[in-house]
Design a protein around this ligand. Structure first.
Ligand SMILES: Nc1ncnc2c1ncn2[C@@H]1O[C@H](COP(=O)(O)OP(=O)(O)OP(=O)(O)O)[C@@H](O)[C@H]1O
Ligand SMILES: Nc1nc2c(ncn2[C@@H]2O[C@H](COP(=O)(O)O)[C@@H](O)[C@H]2O)c(=O)[nH]1
Length: 215
C-alpha cells in the first residue's frame, strides 16, 4: 500500500466514507464519532433536497436549486455526485483536496454510488457501510425520526434493498444495533487506519533516508 503524498510533498490525511440505507443511523453515528475524534473534518455536501426543519445552510448541507447544481456539475466542482431518493447530492472536490493536503482526515457521508466514484480516483480511501439490525427496525427508525413525509419514507424504504445490495463493496460493515457498540466499532476502524498509516510513513521515511545515505 502507498503512502498518500499531496502535491506539496506533505503526507495527506485519510479519506473515510460512511454509507448506509436511509434511517440506519449513519448521521447519528458520524456525529458521535466526531465528538470522540474532533480532528476529523466532515465534508458538507451540496444538495437539491429541501431543508428539513432545523437544518442549516452550510452546516448540514449547501442547499441549492436544481439549475445551480447542474451548473456546478458542468464546472466539475464535484469529486462525486449522484441522484439519491429523487434528489441530487455532491461533494466539493476543492474542500476535500484542501483538507487532505493539509494532512487532515476527512469523512464523507455519502451513498454507495458516490463511494464507487471515489474508489476509482482515490483507491486509498477507507469505506464503511452501516447496516440496520432488521428491516422492521429500519422502518421504525425512519418513521420515529419524524423528519420525512410518509411518501418520502416509503420511497427510502423501497430504495434500501438496492443500497444494501452494495454493502459488500465496502471495506468494513458495521451493524448498528446497540448504538454504543456500533460507535466503538466505527472508532476502532478509524484508529486502526491511522496507526497503519503512521507506521507506513515511518517505514517509508526510514527507507528514503537509507537510500539517500547509500553510496
Ligand atoms: N442504534 C440505534 N438504536 C436506535 N435508534 C437509533 C440508533 N442509531 C440511530 N438511531 C435513530 O434512528 C434515526 C435515524 O438515524 P439517522 O438520522 O442518523 O439515519 P441516517 O442513516 O443518517 O439516515 P439518512 O440517510 O436518511 O440521513 C434517528 O432518529 C436516530 O436517533
Ligand atoms: N453521493 C452522495 N450522496 C450523498 C451526499 N450527501 C448525502 N448523501 C446521501 O444521500 C442520502 C440521503 O441523505 P438525506 O440527508 O437526504 O437523508 C444518504 O444516503 C446520504 O448519505 C453526497 O454528497 N454525495
Amino acid at each position: 500500500m502507498s503512502t498518500p503524498i499531496s502535491t506539496e510533498g506533505t503526507i495527506c490525511g485519510t479519506l473515510f466514507i460512511v454509507a448506509a440505507p436511509s434511517g440506519a443511523g449513519k448521521s447519528t453515528l458520524v456525529n458521535a464519532l466526531l465528538e470522540r475524534e474532533p480532528a476529523i473534518s466532515l465534508s458538507v455536501s451540496h444538495t437539491t433536497r429541501p431543508p428539513r426543519p432545523g437544518e442549516q445552510y452550510g452546516r448540514h448541507y449547501y442547499f441549492v436549486e436544481r439549475g445551480e447544481f447542474e451548473r456546478e456539475v458542468g464546472e466539475g466542482i464535484f469529486l462525486e455526485h449522484a441522484e439519491v431518493h429523487g434528489n441530487f447530492y455532491g461533494t466539493s472536490r476543492k474542500t476535500v483536496q484542501d483538507l487532505l493536503g493539509q494532512g487532515r482526515d476527512v469523512l464523507l457521508e455519502i451513498d454507495w454510488q458516490g463511494a464507487a466514484q471515489i474508489r476509482r480516483t482515490k483507491p486509498d480511501c477507507v469505506s464503511v457501510f452501516i447496516l440496520p439490525p432488521s428491516r422492521t427496525e429500519l422502518e421504525r427508525r425512519l418513521r420515529g425520526r419524524g423528519s420525512d413525509s410518509a411518501e418520502v419514507i416509503e420511497r427510502r424504504l423501497r430504495n434500501s434493498r438496492g443500497e444494501i445490495a452494495h454493502a459488500h463493496e465496502f471495506d468494513y460493515i458495521i451493524v448498528n444495533d446497540r448504538f454504543e457498540d456500533a460507535l466503538d466499532g466505527l472508532q476502532a476502524i478509524v484508529q486502526a487506519v491511522r496507526l497503519r498509516t503512521a507506521l507506513q510513513c515511518q517505514r517509508h521515511e526510514a527507507l528514503i533516508r537509507e537510500l539517500l545515505a547509500g553510496g
